[in-house]
Design a protein around this ligand. Structure first.
Ligand SMILES: Cc1cc2nc3c(=O)[nH]c(=O)nc-3n(C[C@H](O)[C@H](O)[C@H](O)COP(=O)(O)OP(=O)(O)OC[C@H]3O[C@@H](n4cnc5c(N)ncnc54)[C@H](O)[C@@H]3O)c2cc1C
Length: 174
């Protein structure tokens, strides 16, 4: 079974709505169940009452190249100071693509403000202390569980976030 099949099976019998912003229908979503899992920004959920958490932004530059193969691999990271991008993704290699052309995306570090996508939390003392205040507030809030990189203000790799989600389910529904 491929990944889509696994996800379809997991969601069987569950109503799924896509492209809905929680904050555009907050009252409705908060009352949809006795307890909700929120995977958005915890500071936004609490209307930034203690202040705003900061994130690292990213900028993407995508090119179609007239060659079969650019880098021979899906992801190559660049850590050199002189190179402005941090990695190059060559999409066809995720799926063993055999096309004549190839598409690459360069990822550049970028500033962040509230209008932009929050990519990585900045886990320095200032932001961690602010997050602690939101976490303490959330612990008294028994109607909502905060999950994931935005809800818990923490970087997770894919395998770790799945482990965390399964741990959460086991705790909530032993
Ligand atoms: C740029 C980047 C590169 C990465 N590269 C790797 C990698 O190479 N390998 C690896 O293992 N991991 C990588 N990760 C980490 C991986 O993406 C995360 O582990 C994973 O996505 C975390 O899952 P999550 O559920 O916490 O967050 P997300 O996947 O971000 O899910 C949160 C969900 O909540 C939804 N949401 C948020 N706010 C709202 C709202 N207001 N209303 C409705 N819905 C909302 C979002 O739409 C999203 O679907 C990378 C992360 C980033 C940002």
């Amino acid at each position: 079974m491929d990944i889509l099949g696994i996800i379809e099976k997991m969601l069987k019998g569950i109503e799924v709505k896509l492209n809905c912003d929680f904050f555009d229908g907050r009252e409705k979503y908060e009352n949809i169940a006795k307890k909700i899992i929120f995977t958005g920004q915890i500071d936004k959920y609490y209307n930034y009452r203690f202040g705003e958490l900061e994130y690292r932004g990213l900028k993407f530059e995508t090119d179609i190249l007239n060659e079969e193969n650019y880098q021979g691999n899906a992801v190559v990271n660049y850590t050199e100071y002189e190179i402005p991008y941090t990695r190059i993704i060559e999409h066809k290699h995720f799926e063993y693509g055999m096309q004549n052309k190839t598409i690459i995306t360069k990822e550049y570090p970028n500033d962040w403000d509230k209008e932009k996508e929050p990519y990585y939390p900045i886990n320095d003392d200032k932001n961690n202390n602010l997050y602690k205040k939101y976490k303490q507030l959330s612990e008294k809030d028994h109607k909502v569980l905060f999950g994931g990189r935005l809800g818990q203000y923490k970087y997770y790799d894919m395998d770790k976030i799945i482990e965390e989600a399964l741990g959460c389910v086991n705790k909530e529904m032993p």
